[in-house]
Design a protein around this ligand. Structure first.
Ligand code: ATP
Ligand code: MG
Length: 762
């Protein structure tokens, strides 16, 4: 049992306890995921058939990595494991069982964009006030209902929900939910939440099917259990009910998906559900230095709602945690990028060892810009997936329609792309005819003459015939040949080829890349069925990183904190620690939301192995306008003895109003000594000198009155409410969107949108 040597006694206990319910709730980096990996390897070594093991992970990437490690121990047997995210595993099962619940086996998976588009159409038809009913709000209500297993019928009957909806003036939500569910069903489509909702339906209504999978999955394991919602909880509970060989691992301090319905109750229920549960505690953090673990503990101790845990590290103290202040988001990017460049050179580590984590996707822009300037290779994880790009979705919509002609979103997307003279009115007419006659839109499309006049009917009919021809032809072609045929004969390839703009070329290349991917799939030897329909099945569930061929390329990783869960990096930069950004503005109204943001911060800092740098900017562009930012309250909560402050940003000058504000904020902390601000770093010495040659520091006036700036010209002197005096060095764009580049005496160059800028000519 040599392979068990890399475990401490407690971890080993959890691995060897293969029978019965097991729960491990432990802090970050304590080896929870490692226990699952070893447990699976151990089960296989003990003779358990790998077909009988189901492991649910948080990302496809986590599943892939786990499978690789298990392969090292047990060899190719690992290939047969059922391992993946809830969505991908149950989508696979639904493909086999769909007909039992009235769906075709080649049902479409609607991604978030498709879902919102269906909802927008419904809202428009119902003529509802878009302030009360935005597609986002309606989506999140329906999603939350589904994740709590509330059908539209139950939704409409639930007195509590009805009372809430009516009191907020949203009494139509029940009807919208009903219409939406009907549309998806007619289209043979499931949205992301349906993959779980319908799995529950399947297991509930078809006991023989439940029984089949209970027998199949003799051993179940769930990673990141704290982030499961009720719908997922119930699937796991049902599947495990026969053998009760269920092991869940998680950390309540890392629960960060409450907004998507994840429920901490699932951990607490676990003890009620399985009274003979074996609980294992892991306390040693193997990932991070003591300083990092201490900072993490000091952050999370501010939360009231948490299970008591003692987490410690036996590694060295390590560097103190650096807090870096900059004056703008661009400067923050620059400081982060320079830091990475230096550390890589000084420490001889790889780009791969660095991660930049942010709260919102929009923050990647300034980071990317700075990295590019220094020629640092990077890769963004999450964000807009390759498969969500317009041109990719267009071609994929043709594929979708070929295999599931009822897919209404796909139909609407490409019926007039490339242009065929089928306008919106015609599309509306098709949908209406389908509604009125109880048939699907595609049935109208292939038989249009009775629903519309001659010329329109001819173009619609031609489109229908083309899709039907795709259906016949793809039956006998490999995935690649089928995809190429569709790309060519739909006119899409030609349309993109003719667009010679930079974006057009880019789009054409993306299509080539998709086709290359399909070619590789056609040539794989490890799968039998290599049709385009098989390639298509889970495309909606794939993310950027699943597609990437250069998984091992040496690059800095950029991602939101949400997508960094479970991962680790030698050095981590957490950026944008500012009020209203992190914690986000949305979270400031309730304790539970604020505590979730704090857990998110805990997740972020616990990704770091040896060095953690946290930064904030005192101003940032948001929606095209420059706003001032305050340091995040979370910074104040960290015990200052673990911190080292870096206020060396080149524009940091005593006398600068921002600097003074920061200084006051920081000195509120009892244990920060004054002199930590003027650390004898060469870079911080110079600003003092600079002050003396600067004009008198600008003091923002209480009654600042912006004047008319319509006559602004290059070279004019101006005063800004916050940035003080400066000179216009460039003007571009047309009124009312004129952008002015201004050189401010105190803080340097800024670009401002005139219509928002609090500026006056002096
Ligand atoms: P998270 O809560 O962030 O998901 P986790 O509890 O799942 O963390 P792992 O990712 O399994 O923790 O482990 C953290 C790191 O510590 C990994 O690099 C892992 O290989 C290492 N590790 C865990 N246990 C041991 C051990 N007993 N000996 C050596 N290294 C270990
Ligand atoms: Mg883990």
């Amino acid at each position: 049992m040599d392979y068990l040597e890399g475990l401490n006694p407690e971890q080993k206990g959890a691995v060897l306890q293969t029978k019965g319910p097991v729960m491990i709730i432990a802090g970050a980096g304590s080896g929870k995921t490692r226990v699952i990996t070893y447990r699976v390897a151990h089960l296989i070594r003990q003779g358990v058939d790998s077909f009988n093991i189901l492991v649910l992970t948080f990302t496809n990437k986590a599943a892939r990595e786990m499978r690789e490690r298990i392969t090292h121990v047990v060899g190719p047997e690992a290939k047969n494991l059922w391992m993946g995210t809830f969505h991908s595993v149950f989508a696979k099962i639904l493909r086999v069982e769909a007909e039992k619940i009235g769906y075709p086996s080649n049902f479409t998976i609607y991604d978030t964009d498709d879902t919102k588009s269906v909802l927008r159409a419904i809202l428009k038809e119902m003529n509802l006030d878009d302030k009360l009913y935005s597609a986002n709000l309606v989506y999140s209500r329906i999603s939350s209902a589904k994740n709590n297993l509330i059908s539209w019928q139950e939704y409409q009957q639930n007195a509590q929900i009805q009372a809430d909806d009516f009191s907020t003036g949203r009494g139509h939500l029940g009807k919208i939910y009903e219409t939406y569910a009907g549309r998806c069903f007619r289209a043979g489509a499931m949205d992301f939440d349906d993959l779980l909702f319908k799995t529950n339906e399947l297991l509930r209504e078809h006991p023989e099917t439940l029984h089949k999978y209970q027998h199949k999955f003799k051993y179940l394991m769930v990673d990141e259990y704290q982030d499961t919602n009720f719908s997922q909880y119930l699937i796991v509970k049902k599947l495990a009910a026969l053998n009760e060989n269920l092991c869940v691992v998680g950390d309540d301090a890392q629960s960060i998906y409450a907004f998507r319905g994840a429920n901490i109750q699932n951990i607490l229920n676990f003890e009620k559900d399985y009274p003979d549960l074996k609980v294992f505690k892991l306390e040693q953090n193997y990932r991070s230095t003591q300083n990092i673990v201490n900072v993490a503990n000091s952050i999370i101790s501010n939360n009231k709602e948490q299970l008591k845990k003692n987490v410690f590290s036996t590694k060295e103290d390590g560097d103190k945690i650096k807090i870096m202040r900059s004056f703008s988001d661009n400067e923050e990017g620059k400081m982060v990028a320079e830091g990475i460049l230096q550390d890589r050179a000084n420490k001889g580590i790889k780009w791969n060892d660095f991660a930049i984590l942010y709260r919102t996707n929009a923050q990647s822009r300034s980071m990317e810009e700075a990295l590019r300037k220094l020629n640092i290779p990077y890769k963004i994880y999450g964000g807009l997936s390759f498969y969500q790009r317009k041109e990719i979705k267009d071609l994929v919509a043709y594929f979708r329609l070929t295999f599931n002609p009822n897919d209404e979103e796909a139909l609407k997307r490409v019926i007039n792309y490339p242009k065929r003279g089928i306008g919106d009115t015609t599309v509306d007419r098709i949908i209406l005819a389908a509604d009125q006659n109880g048939i699907t839109p595609f049935e109208v499309v292939v038989n249009p003459a009775q629903y519309m006049d001659g010329r329109t009917s001819a173009s619609v009919g031609n489109f229908g015939t083309m899709i039907q021809s795709f259906q016949v032809i793809t039956k006998n072609l490999s995935a690649y040949d089928a995809a190429l045929h569709i790309a060519q004969h739909s006119g899409l390839l030609k349309d993109l080829y003719e667009d010679k703009s930079v974006e057009g070329l880019n789009r054409y290349e993306n299509i080539q890349e998709l086709l290359n991917g399909i070619k590789e799939f056609s040539e794989r030897e490890d799968i039998e069925d290599k049709g385009l329909d098989v390639f298509m099945q889970d495309i909606a569930l794939l993310t950027n990183d699943d597609k990437d061929k250069n998984k091992d390329a040496d690059t800095v990783s950029l991602m939101t904190i949400h997508s960094s869960k479970g991962l680790e990096f030698k050095q981590v930069n957490v950026v944008g620690l500012e009020e209203n950004l992190f914690p986000s503005q949305m979270s400031l109204n309730s304790r539970s939301d604020l505590e979730e943001e704090r857990r998110l911060f805990y997740v972020a800092v616990t990704r770091a192995e040896s060095k953690l740098t946290i930064s904030y900017a005192t101003s940032r562009f948001k929606f095209g306008t420059l706003i001032n930012c305050e340091p995040s309250r979370f910074l104040d909560e960290i015990d200052a003895k673990f911190l080292e402050l870096d206020f060396t940003a080149k524009t940091a000058a005593p006398g600068n109003p921002f600097y003074e504000d920061d200084r006051k904020a920081w000195t509120r902390k009892d244990n920060v000594k004054e002199d930590s601000f003027s650390k004898p770093k060469p870079a911080s010495a110079s600003p003092i000198k600079t002050t003396s040659i600067l004009a008198k520091a600008h003091v923002p006036s209480e009654n600042f009155a912006p004047s008319d700036t319509s006559g602004l010209q290059n070279g004019m002197e101006v005063e800004h409410e916050r940035f003080g005096y400066g000179k216009v060095i460039n003007l571009e764009g047309k009124s009312p969107d004129i952008k002015a580049t201004i050189f401010f005496k105190e803080i340097g160059q800024k670009q401002l949108l005139l219509k928002f800028a609090k500026l006056r000519i002096v």
